[in-house]
Design a protein around this ligand. Structure first.
Ligand SMILES: Nc1ncnc2c1ncn2[C@@H]1O[C@H](COP(=O)(O)OP(=O)(O)OP(=O)(O)O)[C@@H](O)[C@H]1O
Ligand SMILES: [Mg+2]
Length: 406
């Protein structure tokens, strides 16, 4: 007989739920399922013991999501945030209740009509290392992607915001389950607009860093960001104008190092001006995206900036993003000239789509919510998939057998 190597406890008054989990688990060698016919919020101390003694808790949301969320918070506190919890809920559960549960620590809320395949996938994800919340594991080795602009208004902030949003790869019940945790940092300290693109208030944290000179620790990195959408965490620029050089290289180096441990992707909206603290940012970066028009002045400026970035971090890979143009079938001569000057091809193209861009920024939401079917949204999604592919290839090369088989 196969020894039990991991265990799931199902807490539900509804025997059909326990039976469904048991039927899924029988195809997962070494997984034991224990049943507890009760409501999570009714069993307090017992729930804490069950959570400590099992690898995964699955419960059926009862009459009050608020009480269930309180019970989940108790479990998370008791286990030092190590518990892995899935919930099954009525498909009509209101958004606010769903959010209450995920805020409390539930990894995923699935509809109780979930298929065996979907439940199996959620269990696998939850039990694998990748399913651990970043804050708890703190070992993500996130991919740092700075977004630069060759000229004012090039579309860099639009790209940074929407790329970060797409990199979360939200799926599942009402697109609420992010596959990746993404941090979006507005380092355009003086004129940052990320907050207004996502309807977030200014954030004083960078101003505090600049004025007090403190080196951020992991708590700062965790608490200074705001969740704008599931999986998308944002550090907006402050309302106060601080001199660009007030930030110090060691502060940015520490902040990015901590964020890399907590997030799968760290997207950074860079200022156009140059500052000493850009060096550690560029050194930590894996892929810089230079957003530019294809006009001669914009390309010349892009070249100057890329030379500067390359000196600061010789190993940095940078890609050209041509904004407000579709990729032509045959490259005209001025594109070929520009690519020669830049010593690299135009890699990505963002079509001119003022109405989609404005619909998103005017409503303070990402393109995915305002104009998800627009050409611009699709182009950003393709870029995100390309970058996810790069990250996964790198992760696969580094850790060939990462996950624990279920
Ligand atoms: N692909 C696009 N097509 C049409 N309009 C766009 C596109 N991308 C961005 N815009 C619009 O251009 C304006 C400037 O965009 P954005 O703020 O993203 O540029 P930026 O490079 O960050 O500029 P800044 O110099 O202000 O930092 C915004 O009004 C935005 O809605
Ligand atoms: Mg900008």
């Amino acid at each position: 007989m196969q020894a039990e190597t991991q265990s799931i406890v199902v807490i539900s008054k509804d025997p059909a739920i326990s039976t469904l989990v048991a039927s899924v688990a029988q195809f997962c060698p070494g997984t034991g399922v224990h049943k507890c016919a009760a409501a999570l919020s009714d069993i307090n101390g017992t729930a804490l013991q069950l959570a400590s003694g099992n690898d995964l808790v699955i419960f059926r949301v009862g009459g009050s999501a608020e009480q269930d969320a309180a019970a989940v918070r108790g479990i998370m506190q008791h286990t030092g945030n190590a518990a892995r919890i899935l919930a099954l809920a009525d498909a009509a559960l209101p958004f606010a209740e769903l959010r209450r549960l995920t805020d409390a620590g539930v990894r995923e809320v699935l509809p109780d009509t979930v298929s065996a395949d979907e439940l199996s996938a959620a269990i696998r994800k939850c039990l694998s290392q990748d399913g651990l919340p970043a804050g708890a594991s703190g070992s993500r080795d996130g991919m740092v992607i700075p977004v630069a602009q060759s000229c004012g208004g090039a579309g860099a902030t639009t790209l940074a915001v929407n790329l970060a949003d797409c990199l979360t790869q939200r799926r599942g019940f009402r697109q609420q389950q992010p596959e990746f945790r993404t941090a979006l940092l507005d380092l355009d300290l003086q004129f940052g607009a990320v907050g207004s693109f996502l309807d977030l208030p200014p954030n004083r944290c960078l101003y505090e860093l600049a004025s007090k000179g403190i080196v951020p620790d992991h708590v700062f990195a965790k608490q200074s960001l705001t969740e704008a959408a599931p999986g998308l965490w944002v550090l907006a620029a402050p309302a106060e104008i601080a001199p660009l050089h007030a930030l110090k290289p060691e502060q940015l180096q520490a902040l990015i190092a901590h964020l890399r441990l907590q997030f799968d992707f760290v997207v950074i909206d860079l200022p156009r001006a140059l500052a000493e603290w850009l060096s550690p940012v560029l050194e930590a970066s894996e892929r810089l995206l230079m957003v530019t028009a294809s006009s001669v002045p914009a390309i010349c400026q892009a070249r100057r900036l890329l030379d500067f970035y390359g000196e600061a971090s010789p190993a940095l890979q940078s890609d050209i993003v041509i904004s407000r143009e579709r990729k032509p079938l045959i490259a005209p001569s001025h594109h070929r000239e520009a690519a020669r000057l830049l010593q690299k091809p135009f890699r990505y193209w963002l079509p001119n789509d003022a109405s989609a861009a404005a619909a998103a920024s005017d409503h303070g939401v990402p393109l995915s919510a305002a104009a998800g079917r627009s050409g611009l949204a699709k182009a950003v999604r393709r870029m995100a998939l390309d970058l996810i592919g790069t990250r996964n290839a790198r992760a696969g090369a580094e850790q060939p057998s990462h996950g624990k088989a279920v």
